[in-house]
Unconditional design. Structure first.
Length: 206
C-alpha cells in the first residue's frame, strides 16, 4: 500500500512539474516567438543560478520551414527532416529572454554529416558541432550563462579518407591556457579504433 501511495505521490509531483513547465513556456512564447507562426518552445531546461543568485533556464526553440529566412534552403532536424532550425534562449529571472544560439543544420559541408549537441549545466551552456566534406571538423564551446562569457573552446580536424592524421587545439580561456596536439598516424599510435579527436581531447584534459 505504501509503495502504491509513494508511486501516486511521485506521479502527482511529476504532473505538477510538467504543468508548471507548460505554463512557463506559454508565458515565454510571445517574447521568444513573436509573430513566427511555426515557432514552438520544445522544452525549458533549468540551468542553475547566475553569480548573483538569479534562477536560470534555457529554452529550446524549434522553427518550421516557413519561418526560415531562406525557405528555399531549409535546415534539417536530428532525424533528417526539413525544418527552419533551432534556437536557444536564456531565461534569467524576470528579465526579457535573450538568444544564446541560432542553428541551421544544412549538413555543415558537402558530406552532409553535420550535427549539433547541446549540454546544459549549472550556469553553463556547451555546444558541440561537427561537419565538413572530406576535410572533417569538430568544434566545442562552453560559455558561462550569466554574466555571459566564453570559458572553453576546442577544434579538431581530420580527413574522412585518411582519419589517421588528426590535429586538435583547445583553449581554456578562464586559465588563459592553449594547447595543441596532433597524431600523424592514429593506427601507429594504437588509437585508430577510439577516434583521434576523442583521444587527443582526453590527452589534453589529462
Amino acid at each position: 500500500m505504501r509503495s502504491m501511495q509513494a508511486l501516486v505521490g511521485a506521479a502527482a509531483i511529476l504532473l505538477a512539474v510538467c504543468a508548471a513547465d507548460a505554463a512557463d513556456m506559454g508565458q515565454l512564447k510571445p517574447a521568444i516567438c513573436g509573430s513566427r507562426a511555426t515557432c514552438t518552445i520544445a522544452k525549458l531546461t533549468p540551468a542553475g543560478k547566475s553569480e548573483t543568485g538569479t534562477e536560470l533556464s534555457v529554452a529550446e526553440v524549434h522553427l518550421g520551414v516557413a519561418d526560415r529566412e531562406q525557405p528555399e534552403d531549409p535546415c534539417h532536424d536530428a532525424d533528417g527532416n526539413e525544418d527552419g532550425g533551432q534556437e536557444y534562449w536564456l531565461v534569467e529571472g524576470s528579465a526579457a529572454p535573450r538568444m544564446l544560439l541560432k542553428l541551421c543544420n544544412d549538413g555543415y559541408g558537402a558530406a552532409g554529416v553535420g550535427m549539433d549537441e547541446i549540454t546544459i549545466a549549472d550556469n553553463r551552456f556547451t555546444h558541440f558541432q561537427a561537419g565538413g566534406s572530406n576535410d572533417r571538423w569538430e568544434a566545442t564551446e562552453t560559455i558561462q550563462l550569466s554574466p555571459q562569457k566564453s570559458l572553453y573552446i576546442d577544434s579538431c580536424s581530420y580527413r574522412g579518407t585518411d582519419p589517421d592524421t588528426v590535429a586538435f587545439t583547445a583553449a581554456d580561456l578562464a586559465r588563459m591556457d592553449i594547447r595543441s596536439l596532433a597524431i600523424v598516424s592514429a593506427a601507429a599510435a594504437g588509437t585508430g579504433d577510439e577516434g583521434g579527436c576523442d583521444v587527443l581531447k582526453k590527452d589534453i584534459a589529462d
